[in-house]
Design a protein around this ligand. Sequence first.
Ligand code: PEP
Length: 265
Amino acid sequence: MAVASGSARTPFIAGNWKMNLDHLQSIAFVQKLAWTLKDAHHDFSSVEVAVFPPFTDLRSVQTLVGSDELPIAYGGQDLSAHDSGAYTGEISGAFLAALDARYVIIGHSERRQYHGESDEQVAAKVAAAHRHGLVPVICVGETAEDLERHGPSAVPVSQLRTALEGVVRGQEVVVAYEPVWAIGSGQAATSEQAQQVAAALRATLAEVLGAEAAEATRILYGGSVKAANIAGFLREKDVDGALVGGASLQLEEFASIVRYQKHVI
Ligand code: PEP
C-alpha cells in the first residue's frame, strides 16, 4: 500500500519519538501501530502517518516497513549539514536516503536549545535534506519569553524566513509550528493560537516560494497534542496535521490521534 503523498495537503500526523525506544522496541511499536490502524480500517490516503525514531532504529524500521509493505513513512530526527567527511557523530542525509527515509526533522526546539542550533544552521540542514531528496520538517516556535516580548508570530516567522533561504520553488517542505512553551508541558496552544501563527507562516511561504507552493505546503502544529485536542487543531484552516512527541509513544493514544477524523466533538 502506498503512503499518501503530500501534494494536495494530505493531513499528516507525525510521531517524534525523541530519545526513546531502541531498535527492537521500534519494530514492536511500528508493527502494533500498523495492526491497530488496519483493524480500525484507517484510510492512509486520507491521513498520512510517519514516525521519527532514533537513528539506530531506522534500519530496523526500514526492514519491517519494506518487508510487510506497511503504509507508514519514517524519517530522521536530525541530519548533518555536511554530506560526508570528518564530522564525528553526525549523520549524513545520504545515509537517511539510503534507508528510504522520506522525511527529516530539522530545527526541533530541543536541537536549538541543547545543541545551540542557529537559524543559519537550520537553513544549511534544509539544503542538505533537499540535496538528498528528503523532505525537511522545519520546526519553528517561540519561547514563552519571545511570546511576551514579540507577540505570537514574529519569532516563528523569522525562523522560517531564514530556514527557507536556500529553498527553491518546487522543493517540498513541511513546516511544524511548535511553541516551545507547549512542548512536553501538557499545556497546548489553543487551536485559535495555532491557526493565527500557521496563517502567518503560510503568508511567509507565499512571499518566499509563491502562492502555489504556500497553498500546497503542509503546516503542522506541535506541543502537547493528545487524542483529546487533535480534532480541534485540524479544524483550523491552516493547520494540516501535528507533530506529536510524548503521545506518539503511547500506541492507543497515537492511533487515536491518527484517527482524529472519526472523533465526535
Ligand atoms: C515534540 O517533541 O515535537 C513535541 C511536540 O512534544 P510533545 O507532543 O510531547 O509536546
